[in-house]
Ligand binder design. Structure first.
Ligand SMILES: [Zn+2]
Length: 414
């Protein structure tokens, strides 16, 4: 079946949106992009996109499919069985897709559950986003995220942890370079894995063609990761002049995840004390670091940290608005969520509107390069296509957070 999208703007993931183009989707792929005049005798389905923009499906470079957005990440891990987390994780992946995100990078799973979710989607048994998985985060003993990660001490043990993740099917590797907000008894400003440990791990990942990323908040830990050869920095609360210069020189992306603290702090009364305290202390520093890095010409890729407190899967597009509210131009925000994200992850077959690429597409009302609400507000999403499949027609429209898709089959009886 052939479909032609014609009449509106096309944003390819990089350049300014263009008028006057037709885009043909056939067999799940983008078959042809050409001036509208070429399609006067087109015989398939014609979709009038007047007043809309056809753009790549959005990509989130930082999610946790095994976390549903509960107030305490550690309690959440402890209170849900592995079995429940599998079933729920699939639903959370599908919520993400409904919300306009056709690909995600999972940056910290649990017992490799997210890798099974990836497999069932890749095999075509379920419709979901393309998922790139880190497997278990690699942290020092007692490091940030230890309750779901792989604790490793010393370069040799870190190398072994990298090999274990690759054995389980990881697409990339995540190192914990500093403390974090959601773990008690760790300080976001202090380095955790050492330069030697991170360097050894990154080199091992690279030997097997895997990119690496680092959870890194304070400057000393960011520098360890960057000097060790990291491809992206997650969060980056403390971007000093030295950090900024090193990151830009080495082409390291920043995945800021503004939604994490924004959403976490939206319900302060519900949080464990250590999350509230650290969130409040670092929120403004984080925002200013992100803006400073952007203004200096640093590369941003979109990430939300979906799954952290009140930061729900399916609402990932809110990160676009947070970026623009901070002072990032709308077109750079949508570049962060499309082309830049695809480049960072290493996709060569999706993430752009380009002939031969998979038809992972988002059709939005308005022009998101002018008004970010066109892409950031799900009410403006007209169609989400995953490999040419109409997502809302197949899985239903976006849901409210935590809402079931269907009525309960039977009320609980005891
Ligand atoms: Zn995270």
């Amino acid at each position: 079946m052939k479909s032609l999208y014609i009449g509106g703007l096309v944003f390819d993931g990089r350049a300014e949106p263009k008028e006057g183009l037709g885009v043909v989707v056939e067999d799940g792929k983008i078959a042809r992009i050409a001036p509208a005049g070429e399609f006067s005798g087109f015989s398939g389905t014609r979709i009038d996109t007047s007043g809309c923009t056809l753009m790549p499906g959005l990509i989130d470079c930082h999610v946790h499919l095994v976390l549903p957005g509960e107030p305490s990440v550690m309690a959440s891990i402890r209170s849900h069985s592995v079995q429940d987390t599998v079933m729920r994780g699939l639903e959370l992946a599908q919520s993400t897709l409904r919300g306009g995100f056709t690909a995600v990078r999972d940056l910290g799973g649990r017992d490799y559950i997210e890798i099974s979710i990836r497999e069932t989607i890749n095999a075509g048994f379920q419709l979901g986003p393309t998922i790139h998985c880190a497997g278990k985060v690699i942290c020092m003993t007692g490091g940030h995220g230890w309750f779901l990660g792989r604790e490793a001490d010393g370069p040799l043990d870190v190398v072994k942890a990298v090999r274990e993740n690759i054995k389980a099917g990881a697409d990339h590797i995540k190192f914990i370079a500093t403390g974090g907000v959601a773990t008690p008894n760790v300080d976001p400003m202090l380095a955790q894995l050492t330069l030697e440990e991170i360097s050894a791990g990154i080199a091992e990942a690279q030997r097997f063609g895997r990119k690496s990323t680092a959870h890194a908040q304070g400057a000393p830990g960011i520098l360890n990761a960057v000097r060790g050869g990291i491809h992206s920095i997650e969060h980056g609360f403390q971007i000093t002049d030295e950090v900024m210069a090193e990151m830009i020189k080495r082409n390291v992306y920043l995945v800021a995840t503004l939604a994490a603290l924004d959403r976490t702090l939206s319900k302060p009364g519900a949080l464990p004390y250590y999350i509230l305290d650290k969130g409040q202390r670092f929120y403004e520093m984080h925002r200013q670091s992100t803006l400073k890095f952007y203004k200096a010409g640093g590369k941003l890729a979109l990430g939300t940290d979906a799954g952290t407190p009140f930061n729900y899967h399916g609402e990932n597009a809110q990160e676009l608005k947070l970026l623009v509210d901070l002072g990032i131009s709308p077109i750079d925000a949508i570049r962060a969520g499309t082309g830049n994200a695809a480049d960072l992850i290493g996709f060569t077959d999706r993430g752009y509107v380009k002939e031969g690429y998979w038809a992972d597409l988002l059709l939005v009302k308005g022009n998101p390069a002018k008004d970010i609400a066109a892409a950031a507000d799900r009410a403006n999403h007209r169609q989400v296509l995953k490999s040419g499949i109409d997502v809302h027609a197949t899985l239903g429209p976006p849901l409210k957070p935590q809402a079931p898709r269907f009525p309960q089959l039977a009320p609980p009886t005891f």
